[in-house]
Design a protein around this ligand. Sequence first.
Ligand code: HEM
Length: 213
Amino acid sequence: MKTIYIYKKFERFWHWSQAALIIFLALTGFEVHDSFSIFGFEKAVFYHRIAAYLLMILIVFAIFWHFITGEWRQYLPTTKKLKEQIMYYAVGMFKNEDHPTHKTELTKLNPLQRLTYLGFKLFLVPLTIISGILYLVYKTINKNNIVITEGFSLESIAFLHTLGAFLLIVFLIIHVYMTTTGTTPISNIRAMLTGYEEVEEPHKGKEEKKEKK
Ligand code: HEM
């Protein structure tokens, strides 16, 4: 085992504030949707809008950070060891098998995480945010007769936004479960809090050992 510095300060700040904002947006959004009542409708609408602006500001900073630091490369998709990774989550980890991939500072995401997070960043978050912005400006746009929403009914915008919200909640539940599949059940969460993670060093393959003899 060795300790590596895997999540930088901004990355940890961005991760936890994004998580908190998404959970708060889900709470206030589903209150607007009339699923339950916590703050009262008017306040829920107000809080939802404030949190939405904060999330958009945070995401703009996060995009800058990913490009300035080159961290966007971590998300480049690959099929190398993808099947092994899926088999590990489906069967291997229940038989205490070794992880098929090993984290380093430069490859902190396994092939399945790369695909999932890329989908989260390129599809799920944009779906929810773009439909949210259309929802936000719908009346203003109609008042000024700007054609952008022609063909978009408010119902279809609300449907897409609620779909995004449901998918984000499904993502969140699976994501939290998957964080427990690291070296120990809390090692991944501890790493996202402190930045440091103890990782397994790859086992030397039989071939390599034979060569050394
Ligand atoms: C930056 C992103 C977002 C923007 C701009 C946004 C904007 C909006 C707006 C304008 C509404 C209508 C209520 C109102 O006028 O305030 C709304 C409703 C809603 N939002 Fe968001 N939102 C965002 C993110 C989210 C997220 C992350 C979730 C959940 C995870 C969410 C869940 C909901 C739900 C469930 C509704 C009720 C939909 C309905 O029943 O019509 N929103 N959002």
